[in-house]
Design a protein around this ligand. Sequence first.
Ligand code: SF4
Length: 284
Amino acid sequence: KDFRNTVKPNWCPGCGDFSVQAAIQRAAANVGIEPNELAVISGIGCSGRISGYINSYGFHGIHGRALPIAQGLKMANRDLHVIASGGDGDGFAIGMGHTIHAIRRNIDITYIVMDNQIYGLTKGQTSPRSAAGFITKSTPGGAIEPSLKPLEVALTSGATFVAQGFSTDIKELTALIEAGINHKGFSFINVFSPCVTYNKVNTYDWFKENLTKLADVEGYDQSDRGMAMRTVMEHEGLVTGIIYHDTETRSYQEKVPGYSELPLTDIDIKMSENDFNDLIKEFM
Ligand code: SF4
């Protein structure tokens, strides 16, 4: 079960995305699946390249649209483990509509956001996750808007699994991804993955100084949505660990009447050419 391939990532040396790649590879091996049982679907951005760097099925999609592809894939083949991934610009700007609806829909896939609070591929513009006052080429006077709060959005959108990691802590990140893959429903994992080239504010050292591990918060109960929300807000979103885990709500697939027990590709659809032509006519 080796999820490494021979493609050399072209991320900048020191980019946080290397650790996310390694954590996905380790987590997939730890849950005991084979490379042909995993599909990694990515959006656009530096992080979007990850689907080409893992020995599994992969699809490098379009900007903000990794989730529709990933959900469709899972609905067509329940046997595949599906990971969608992308950056904060991809998932929280152009893709935000998909993100919220995928969270509330609760299809059994894992969504990993590599959150570096900036647009890296397009050379350093303010993203929805940049803090107010953040200075870039697109906001030379400092960002006016406050940053989007993905954990609060996920918790209030009905998420059944919410976690957050930091890319230098590969051990914790691997455990979070493993738990996300094993979760029976939509698992949302936000990862602080520093952009060493364009974000000189939210650096590795900055995160080390500001992050709190939920494992160190006394009495923290990951099954309590209210406690999760209060704790996230008290720490201004700067926590790592499993933030919320609902083990009882059934996934979308489990609720769909007649959801195929077989992957669609294994179903023998007997259809003559005439039947097919009649079907096509209905859509014309
Ligand atoms: Fe990583 Fe930033 Fe370089 Fe992109 S520009 S590869 S996010 S360090």
